[in-house]
Design a protein around this ligand. Structure first.
Ligand code: FAD
Length: 289
């Protein structure tokens, strides 16, 4: 089985303890030589400063290629572009550009009156700066707000045509979901090599179930049954590793070369899955000199 390239998503820490956990996550996963790591931007733009600080610190101290997430929510165009320029000033050249979601409790996305109306406007404005490698989000199970599966894929094509180089997908549970999506994207004229599957290792079944319901990601019955039994027998960690490694292995068998892991700042499961699919620590020259 070919060994894939990996990348890892983190979220910015909100307190000292979380900072230590993020650093521990980075130290555990960095030896796996990720293509890049990315730092999320809280829903509603709530972690703007924390994201900026985490991105700058990681860029300076980890030696990794860091991508900053950026959304259109709750900010004017000039404020959003100022944040992007701040990333550039810190030496960061990768952005994951998203429309974003409204803060919890509000009823859906509403553009700021002087803000970007949608992700394509943001991507186009960032592309004009000619500074960043721009990645975007994609939805194998269809975004809940998309009018249809086809409309969702056409929208993704427009995002790529507006100046993004790669789409990172929402998580999903079965490789066939991704393959169907990839085939439909190819039919719509999207280069399938530009679509990287997003992988969510199941740290907590209860948490992932709630998350999947919020995102409109269908949960297969076999997975429900498997976790129900595993939780009863207290072997959910073993099942989570096996299920995730199997999903990755099926994707690689289907020609996938890049995998993007949602780490939730907990490195162990992602590390174990990476090891299982042949992504093992690379000795760095500075470590062996
Ligand atoms: P878009 O792709 O622009 O829109 C979502 C869907 O709605 C589209 O697929 C399209 O079908 C439809 N749509 C939207 N606008 C239009 C329009 N004008 N005309 C027609 N159709 C339209 N959220 C955060 O808050 N912070 C993060 O850091 C973050 N990181 C993410 C990383 C990844 C890899 C992914 C997949 C999602 C992430 N999200 C994040 C969640 C994301 O913000 C939400 O899913 C949001 O609802 C959609 O953002 P988007 O840029 O993907 O939207």
């Amino acid at each position: 089985m070919p060994v894939p390239n990996v990348s890892f998503e983190f979220f910015p820490p909100q307190n000292l303890e979380a900072s230590f956990r993020l650093w521990d996550t980075v130290q555990t996963l960095a030896p796996l030589d990720p293509r890049f790591v990315s730092v999320t931007y809280g829903a509603g733009g709530t972690t703007r400063d924390l994201t900026r600080d985490a991105v700058a610190t990681l860029h300076k101290s980890s030696g990794l290629n860091v991508a900053a997430h950026l959304t259109c929510v709750n900010a004017t165009r000039s404020e959003t572009l100022e944040i992007a320029q701040g990333f550039a000033k810190a030496g960061v050249r990768d952005i994951v550009a998203l429309r974003g979601d409204a803060p919890k409790g509000s009823d859906g996305f509403r553009a700021h009156k002087d803000g970007f109306a949608n992700s394509i406007e943001l991507i186009s404005a960032l592309a004009e700066l000619d500074t960043f490698n721009i990645r975007v989000g994609a939805y194998p199970d269809k975004h809940p707000e998309a009018a249809s599966r086809r409309a969702d894929i056409d929208w993704l094509k427009a995002k790529l045509d507006a100046g993004s180089t790669e789409a990172l997908t929402q998580f999903f549970f079965e490789a066939d979901t991704f393959f169907r999506f990839r085939d439909d994207c190819a039919k719509a004229g999207i280069d399938p090599a530009k679509i990287t599957p997003g992988i969510l290792p199941i740290e907590s079944w209860k948490g992932v179930r709630n998350f999947a319901n919020r995102c409109g990601t269908p949960i297969p019955q076999w997975l429900e049954n498997a976790f129900e039994t595993a939780l009863r027998d207290n072997r959910q960690d073993l099942l989570a590793t096996a299920v995730c490694a199997e999903l990755c292995s099926d994707l690689i068998d289907g020609g996938v070369e890049n995998l993007h892991f949602y780490t939730m700042n907990r490195p162990e499961l992602t590390r174990d899955v990476c090891h299982a699919i042949g992504v093992t620590p690379k000795a760095r020259i500075r470590n062996v000199a």
